[in-house]
Design a protein around this ligand. Sequence first.
Ligand code: SDX
Length: 426
Amino acid sequence: MTEYVKIIYGDKTIELPVITGTEGEKAVDISTLRRKTGLITLDPGYTNTGSCLSTITFMDGEKGILRYRGIPVDQLAEHSTFVETAYLLINGALPKRKELETFSGLLNDQSLVHEDMQNFYQNFPRASHPMGILSSMVGAMRSFYPALQIAEEEINITTTRLISKIRTMAAMSYKISRGHKVVYPRPDLSYCANFLNMMFDTPVKPYHIDGDIVRALNVFWILHADHEQNCSTTAVRVVGSGRVNLYASISAGIAALWGPLHGGANQAVIEMLQNMEKNGLSANDVIEKAKGKETSFRLMGFGHRVYKTYDPRAKIIKKMCDKVLSKLNIQDPLLALAKELEEAALKDNYFVEHDLYPNVDFYSGIILRALGIPTNMFTVMFAIGRLPGWIAQWKESMEDPDWKISRPRQVYMGKPERDYKPIDER
Ligand code: SDX
């Protein structure tokens, strides 16, 4: 039975239908509001506004629940691989063995990057941020891989091409930035093992593939694979809504993720911890600064628009830190600092009252440091993980019969009408 919301405005009383989601979430459908009342809604940052109906990811911010296509993320982290989770997000169900073999085969076939694209890297200034390079390279892919004739085949090939090549391009960018020889993908290595090998193998010191480290990278990317309508996914959907190709939409998503309030936070957390270590700052020094309004400084890796409790991904990553560091026999002083900061923040009234908890970015940098990933590539690692989610969300919007070009309204607060004045009269 449909529920309704009644709006009384002036001499008008209208009813708007309430939509109920799978898990009982309620939304007022305001698509007829302006036509019936002349009113629009205003919601900066879209805190209270849903942009779409989606079947991909479910989050419950109060209970700290995250599920991909109905499967809890902790089960996927325990039992799945990143490639299998990517298939699940994009196709809606876990693959059968044959389907997984075909998908993995396509990823292998698509793992090389056009040789001419290597020239691009040579011309970026050496100090360029890897996220800027990645966004440019993905946008440039359209020029190297024009549309196929058959739409369905185009999407499937483009999907595996992007997922496979983003990993190769990231490793290539790292090697070239260091003046090292590019390492090519190998057909005998898994998706994650190939990435690590392309990053760290050198002619004089072959990279040792450690199963536990490959497993940690799979889990890291599984945990980053999707997160419903976050900033960068919204960018992918908005850019895609103009019916532009997938590469351009993903390039926009990478740019949006770069921001320190979003995916760039994993790099900002490590820089915050390094600053604490370098300047001998205590956890309370940092927390007091984060609470103050004198600066825009915030406790990076803390807080979330949706989670008002511990981010379920942060719990898993925090546990993984201890496992990976002990496996690699690494004592990272920043981990101890991070734990000290978390403990102090979770006891602080301001953080408790504002429901501020560690999010996915708070501990992820510790793992990436242990793997040998340079700090300025941390958000690239986030982007590689998020790519299957972006693709799934883009695909869902393209296939949505009710999907329109994204074009929000506004409330004009500028000058009333006035005439043009010749320059000598101003
Ligand atoms: C990601 O959306 C997603 O799902 C994103 C993500 C994904 O997987 O895609 O989960 C990935 O981006 C995680 C978030 C990474 N960013 C950070 O860690 C940066 C630090 N966090 C904050 O900037 C903030 O918490 C946000 C941006 C994450 C969320 O901000 P909101 O929801 O817009 O909340 P807000 O800025 O309106 O803050 C509400 C209050 C404010 O205080 P008052 O003005 O009400 O007194 O909480 C305070 C804020 O000042 N606050 C913080 C804080 N986060 C919020 N104060 C200090 N430190 C913080 N980290």
